[in-house]
Design a protein around this ligand. Sequence first.
Ligand code: PMP
Length: 351
Amino acid sequence: MRPWERYFRSVVPYVPGEQPREERLIKLNTNENPYPPAPGVAEALRHMDAEKFRKYPDPAASVLVKVLADYHGLDPEQVFVGVGSDDVLAMAFLTFFNSGKPVFFPDVTYSFYPVWAELFGIPYETRALDDDFCIDPRDYDGENGGVVFPNPNAPTGHLLPLEQIKDILEHNQDVVVIVDEAYIDFGGVSARQLLENYENLLVVRTFSKSRSMAGMRIGYALGDAALIKAMSDVKYSYNSYTMNMPALILGAEAVKDEAYFRKTTQKIVDTRERAKARFADLGFEFPDSLANFLFVKHKRVPAVQLYEALRERKIYVRYFDKPRISDYLRITIGTDDEMEALFSFLESYLN
Ligand code: PMP
């Protein structure tokens, strides 16, 4: 080891799903949307003037913040935007979880939470989901440094009803509670409506799933103006220009087309409901997902074996070699054609 290497920061990074280079494959491994972004996004992209890139973008991201505030019926002071919800969540961890007390999140959840906690030196404790992969609000009682969970949860797809989120908030009035709604648009009820009553609630959203813009990297948070101001101060202490100019313009464009948004999310919901019946017929079990993925376990064939067999056929799904979930595959809902290819392979493989 060279002398300076002794002082390198040593971390165990989050490992994102594979992004294979090859074009001819069925990619159901990272919960992307199989449909393109709203047509207005491509249109705005065609009219983009590269000369504008000469200047820095608006550090306050006002165009996008305003569109999102109007969309959610909030003031612009209640909206924070970032480079994907990963950036927003990282900023929220840095901003809110400084009490020195452990932050609570489920044992089976988005695997980036413990990575940020380790990176920022935030103590944390996981709370075990029950045998059906459900959160018990009572597990979040007691002294803590904050609470964070996705709703629907990832990778299970299970939705926590609003009443139970309220219950968690009622028992955690002295800390910030973050609800990560990356997958809420596929049939869930948003905690947005709780913001009026809970000034310690932060709702985090993304353009990566329901708005088909994972490649653009846009996420945002909704919350009380004091929370948003605190996050902005941390952001300005780190990088003033997180949002690039195309992301601001194209993100705003995407939000304007509500009809397209409804049509594509509904298509994914319909495909998901048909997929549930097919998976059940093939001998799979799964929690009842309200996300754009299903978390499936076969009664007979081990998940890792199916994962390899699918991969061989150029069908990519996600496998987590982790406690409690190593019997499961997380499969993104693709187009009807993609799902048909998946099921016809599974039918012949399993029979
Ligand atoms: N939260 C959850 C629960 C997720 O599954 C993801 C996707 N990996 C994210 C946040 C981050 O998504 P993005 O940064 O693309 O907005």
